[in-house]
Design a protein around this ligand. Sequence first.
Ligand SMILES: Cc1cc2nc3c(=O)[nH]c(=O)nc-3n(C[C@H](O)[C@H](O)[C@H](O)COP(=O)(O)O)c2cc1C
Length: 158
Amino acid sequence: MAKGIVIYYSRSGNTEEMARIIAEGMNEKGLETESKAVGDVKVDELEGYDAIVVGSPTYYGHMAGELKGVFDELVSRHGQLDGKVGGAFTSSANIGGGNETTIMGIIEAMLISGMVVQGDPKGDHYGPVSIGKPDERVREQCWRRGQRIAELTKKLAS
Ligand SMILES: Cc1cc2nc3c(=O)[nH]c(=O)nc-3n(C[C@H](O)[C@H](O)[C@H](O)COP(=O)(O)O)c2cc1C
């Protein structure tokens, strides 16, 4: 059975809350998914997932170093994530605070790894963005993104 994981880094809980809602949306669509802080993830376990979603606070327009470290560590297993479904999300303090570049940085690393990333023509195009604590709009975006990732993953796995 296909499985998913949502990996996040979060100091003050905003990204963590987004991760939890995305994982709930994925589970609700029938893709068994767990949400884990990056410190609890071992890179060699990632091969066992069909969908890998990564969320980071925006730090100077980029993902947090803790998450970049996971991608850097993956180089020794380069190609192992080929064909898996990816997705990204972020929380920043400000509108225009570098949130979309943060998401694109995560997606770039996923594409280099061979992962499949779907955009969204109606919701947050690149991935859910929260300004500070997730509000109702953000919660809806996270739920929608989780559901879309689960649908695509199940389609590709069948
Ligand atoms: C080191 C550092 C760098 C940050 N850089 C930015 C930034 O470039 N743009 C921005 O809007 N917010 C920036 N922030 C604010 C965080 O992105 C924001 O508070 C976020 O919601 C924190 O997420 P968390 O609650 O999951 O830790 C920065 C925060 C820290 C600690």
